[in-house]
Design a binder for this molecule. Structure first.
Ligand code: ADP
Length: 161
């Protein structure tokens, strides 16, 4: 049977750093679910459907990627799609402590689902959705940091305001 992975995140919005992780996961796993986690403690710029639409558009050429969302526990979502693994991106030491905590908790909740980490490329190591939003808000150039459709969507959001 094929191996299934979940790449979870807020993706508010998806950046080239996320996309790189999704592509690399899709090279290794048979099916990759990119799951927009609807975490109520965050106040997102894009709603879940907008975030899913952007991800769908920028991953449309990767046949084994599926786009989904969940507002529950990641581990329950992972079980529901029969995932073998959770894949996360790692940027810096600062990601490590948080990821270690989440991974330990997920392992406690279900030891059968393994978490894999993919190290970001150097060029994306400083890149986050929040920094992209901040720069875009003040009209800065984010051209090389996000796909063109995301750049447009960000411009649209900030013009709306
Ligand atoms: P969360 O809000 O759960 O941290 P994000 O949407 O910020 O979710 O990120 C989802 C995943 O993508 C996380 O594993 C995060 O470490 C990873 N990620 C975010 N930005 C990058 C990047 N520039 N390079 C590699 N991985 C990244």
């Amino acid at each position: 049977m094929g191996k299934i992975a979940v790449v979870p995140g807020s993706f508010d919005p998806i950046t080239n750093g996320h996309l790189d992780i999704v592509k690399r996961a899709a090279d290794i796993f048979d099916i990759v679910y990119v799951a927009v986690m609807n975490n109520s403690s965050k106040n997102p710029l894009f709603n879940v459907y907008e975030r899913m639409d952007l991800i769908r558009e920028v991953t449309k050429d990767i046949p084994n990627v599926r786009i989904d969302s969940s507002s529950g526990l990641l581990i329950d979502y992972a079980k529901s799609v029969k995932a073998d693994a959770i894949v996360r991106g790692l940027r810096a030491i600062s990601d490590f402590e948080y990821e270690m905590q989440i991974t330990s908790m997920n392992r406690f909740l279900d030891e059968h689902i393994e978490t894999f980490f993919i190290m970001t490329q150097n060029k994306y190591s400083f890149l986050s959705s929040s920094i992209v939003k901040e720069v875009s808000k003040y009209g800065g150039n984010i051209h090389e940091l996000v796909p063109p459709i995301v750049e447009e969507a960000l411009k649209g959001k900030f013009e709306e305001r």
